[in-house]
Design a protein around this ligand. Structure first.
Ligand code: ATP
Ligand code: MG
Length: 158
């Protein structure tokens, strides 16, 4: 049960489980997600270090015509990378090193979320309740039975 007074986070109503056996397979699933999720604004990418979150972003960004997969690198130190696609601007964020909401604000998160033509793909965003509350979809990547197998759970609302 929720604490009294806690903000209600709308539940995800749809769920899809996917499996990939290679980094290229994850790239392809990124393209598929672009079809599956209709006009999401904020997608949280969850999973341990090296799970494949950035690899998935490469697939999504390339399917939107915003950059080639090889030109998408982890925003580990810059925290945010921007790619201009045919219809959308994609912001890829890695919040691993961020500690609080004011740092998130300083990054310009509100302006990004306010843009009508923006898609935000966020790694390590689940640590920020303000982002969890606004997420349109969540992809959780876990390790499979061997080095290159990954299990993806996609949750979203219709
Ligand atoms: N099926 C797979 N899907 C994705 N990556 C895979 C797969 N199999 C092996 N890999 C490798 O795992 C690594 C995933 O790295 P990636 O940078 O995408 O992870 P990440 O989740 O973004 O990590 P971090 O939290 O450190 O940013 C890459 O080296 C990739 O080649
Ligand atoms: Mg990453």
């Amino acid at each position: 049960m929720r604490e009294p007074g806690a903000a209600a986070v709308p539940e995800f109503t749809r769920e899809k489980r996917l499996r990939t056996r290679s980094a290229n397979g994850t790239l392809a699933l990124g393209e598929m997600l672009t079809e599956l999720l209709r006009a999401p604004k904020l997608v949280l990418l969850r999973g341990d270090l090296g799970a494949g979150k950035t690899t998935l972003v490469k697939g999504i960004v390339s399917s939107l015509g915003a950059a080639e997969p090889d030109d998408v690198a982890s925003p580990t130190f810059t925290l945010v990378h921007e790619y201009n696609g045919r219809k959308l601007t994609v912001y890829h964020l890695d919040l691993y090193r961020l500690e609080n909401d004011s740092q998130l604000e300083a990054l310009g998160i509100s302006e990004m979320l306010d843009r009508q033509d923006a898609l935000l793909l966020v790694e390590w965003g689940e640590r920020f309740p303000s982002l969890v509350a606004r997420a349109d979809a969540e992809v959780t990547i876990t390790m499979g039975e061997n080095e290159t197998e990954r299990l993806l759970m996609v949750r979203w609302r219709d």
